[in-house]
Design a protein around this ligand. Structure first.
Ligand SMILES: [Zn+2]
Length: 225
C-alpha cells in the first residue's frame, strides 16, 4: 500500500515535470530574470542546438511559453518546409539575468537562430557552429549571402519566422522584435512567406553586432515586474 502511494506520488511528480510548470519572467530582455525556466531539447526531427558544450553550460534556457512556441513551429515546419534543417543558438541562463556577451537575453524571451542554409549542391544543410568559431557567431556571410559552400536559404528562414509568429499568436502572444541584417531583408521579403513577414517589427537601425549568420527574436510574453 505504502509502495503504491509512493509510486503514485512519483508518477504525479513526473507528470508535473513533463507538463512543465509555467515560467515567470521579470523585467525586460535587457534587465530581467526568469523563474522555473525550461531547457530546450538538444535536437528534434528538423532542428538541433548550436553546441553540446553550450548546452552543458545551460545556455539554452527559455520561458516555458517560448519553448512551446518554438516546438510548435518546428513541428509545423516538418510539413511546411520538408527537408529544411534548423539550428537554434543562444537563449539564456537558467535563472535569466546577465548573459554575456549579449546585451539582452535576460528574461527568457530572447532566442538566436542560425540561418538555415543550402550547400553547393543546393541541398538543405546545417550551418556548422563549432566552438572554435565562437559557436558560429564569428561566421560572416558575404553580400551575396554566401559563406564558403553555404548560402542562406531565405525561403526556409521566412517559413520559420512565419511559423514562429503563427505559433506565438495561437498561444495569445506575439513576436516583439526581429534583428537581422537589413541588407538581406529584401531577399527575405521576396521569399514565398515574405509578404506575411513585413508586418513584423524588424530592427531598422544598426545593431551592435552584425546579424548575418543568425537572427535574433524577442517574443512578446507578459512578464511581472
Ligand atoms: Zn540575440
Amino acid at each position: 500500500m505504502k509502495t503504491a502511494r509512493i509510486f503514485s506520488a512519483a508518477l504525479l511528480a513526473a507528470c508535473a515535470a513533463s507538463a512543465g510548470a509555467a515560467s515567470t519572467c521579470h523585467g525586460s530582455v535587457s534587465h530581467g530574470s526568469l523563474e522555473d525556466s525550461v531547457q530546450l531539447p538538444s535536437e528534434g526531427a528538423n532542428y538541433a542546438a548550436y553546441s553540446s558544450l553550450a548546452i552543458a553550460m545551460g545556455r539554452n534556457h527559455v520561458h516555458s511559453e517560448v519553448s512551446a512556441i518554438m516546438l510548435d513551429a518546428y513541428a509545423k515546419l516538418e510539413r511546411a518546409a520538408p527537408g529544411s534543417q534548423y539550428v537554434y543558438g543562444e537563449s539564456g541562463n537558467e535563472f535569466g539575468g546577465r548573459f554575456r556577451p549579449h546585451r539582452t537575453h535576460q528574461n527568457g524571451l530572447s532566442v538566436d537562430f542560425f540561418v538555415p542554409v543550402r550547400d553547393k549542391g543546393g541541398h538543405a544543410a546545417r550551418l556548422p557552429t563549432p566552438a572554435t568559431q565562437r559557436f558560429g557567431y564569428d561566421i560572416e556571410f558575404d553580400k551575396h549571402a554566401r559563406y564558403g559552400a553555404y548560402s542562406i536559404d531565405f525561403t526556409a528562414m521566412a517559413e520559420h519566422l512565419y511559423q514562429l509568429d503563427q505559433a506565438a499568436r495561437a498561444r495569445g502572444h506575439g513576436i516583439a522584435l526581429v534583428i537581422f541584417d537589413t541588407a538581406y531583408l529584401p531577399r527575405l521579403f521576396a521569399a514565398p512567406r515574405g509578404a506575411a513577414l513585413k508586418k513584423l517589427n524588424f530592427m531598422k537601425g544598426k545593431p551592435w553586432v552584425r546579424h548575418d549568420e543568425h537572427y535574433h527574436v524577442d517574443f512578446a510574453v507578459p512578464c511581472t515586474r
